[in-house]
Design a protein around this ligand. Structure first.
Ligand SMILES: Nc1ncnc2c1ncn2[C@@H]1O[C@H](COP(=O)(O)OP(=O)(O)OP(=O)(O)O)[C@@H](O)[C@H]1O
Ligand SMILES: Nc1ccn([C@H]2C[C@H](O)[C@@H](COP(=O)(O)O)O2)c(=O)n1
Length: 231
């Protein structure tokens, strides 16, 4: 039995979007684990295809070159929230997709429409196959990937709070440089033509600046339970 939960509740689809460092991954994983749902980190998929392009020497400054090979790598996401996995052509890339090299290039690759079409298909297929339901986190889940999701949440936080959280992760990182990098990536992700980072009109916005992670998780679990009860 997936995620150890009893097969009683109807499947529920939850979309969690927002800028970098707002707590999407931490919240989504915990909510999915608590409610016995699958979990999908769509940023990891964009990072994985970016890693493959870097690894294969594709010119990332040339969108035509990126588009031409967008269908080549086989990207597989494991959706157990207690142990999410990501492989490219059978290679475990969970660590290399988090390097600065990939982080600084992922916005360029994810702006290419052919890349988005490919990754969006994977995401929809995983969501459709999740027997109990799934929490999918990213930038365009509520607007484009799963517009009929049962619940859409848009997490926000001040750039200062997000930079402080990230600096805590990257020991010794410069707070100002971290903030600048976050703001730059958000601007690129929000301004691309195809499926930019955006709040869906029917999303619930949660400002996490002054909330603990536990409070955010509790808030989202309550929202999911309310939706489930109303189904
Ligand atoms: N409400 C919160 N209060 C304090 N720290 C938090 C909160 N939410 C998340 N964090 C911490 O902030 C860091 C970033 O969180 P997380 O990776 O979940 O964000 P994200 O939105 O998924 O970021 P990205 O889009 O860049 O992957 C983590 O170290 C996490 O533990
Ligand atoms: N649905 C998504 C998810 C992610 N991306 C892109 C934009 C992000 O900068 C990048 C990495 O995401 P993260 O791991 O920081 O969540 O991937 C996107 O375009 N659409």
């Amino acid at each position: 039995m997936e995620n150890g939960a009893a097969p009683t509740a109807k499947p529920v689809i939850v979309a969690i979007d927002g800028p970098s460092g707002t707590g999407k991954s931490s919240t989504s994983k915990a909510v999915a684990a608590q409610l016995g749902l699958s979990y999908l980190d769509t940023g990891a998929q964009y990072r994985a295809i970016t890693w493959w392009m870097v690894h294969n020497g594709i010119d990332l400054a040339d969108p035509t070159a990126v588009a031409a090979v967008a269908g080549k790598p086989e990207i597989v996401s494991g959706t157990d929230p207690s142990a999410p996995t990501i492989t490219v052509d059978g290679v475990d890339v969970a660590a290399p997709i988090r390097t600065q090299e990939v982080t600084s290039r992922v916005s360029a690759v994810s702006a290419v429409p052919e890349v988005r079409t490919r990754i969006t298909e994977l995401q929809r297929s995983l969501a459709a196959g999740a027997e109990r339901g799934i929490v999918v986190e990213g930038r365009d889940i509520g607007t484009t990937v799963l517009p009929d999701a049962d619940l859409k949440v848009f997490l926000t936080a001040s750039p200062e709070a997000r930079a402080a959280r990230r600096s805590g992760e990257l020991k010794g990182a410069d707070l100002h440089a971290t903030r600048e990098a976050l703001v730059k990536r958000d601007a690129a992700d929000s301004s691309r033509k195809t499926s930019p980072l955006a709040k869906a009109d029917d999303a619930v916005e949660v400002d996490t600046t002054e909330l603990t992670l536990a409070q955010v998780i509790e808030c989202v679990v309550t929202l999911v339970e309310e939706k489930r009860a109303a189904k």
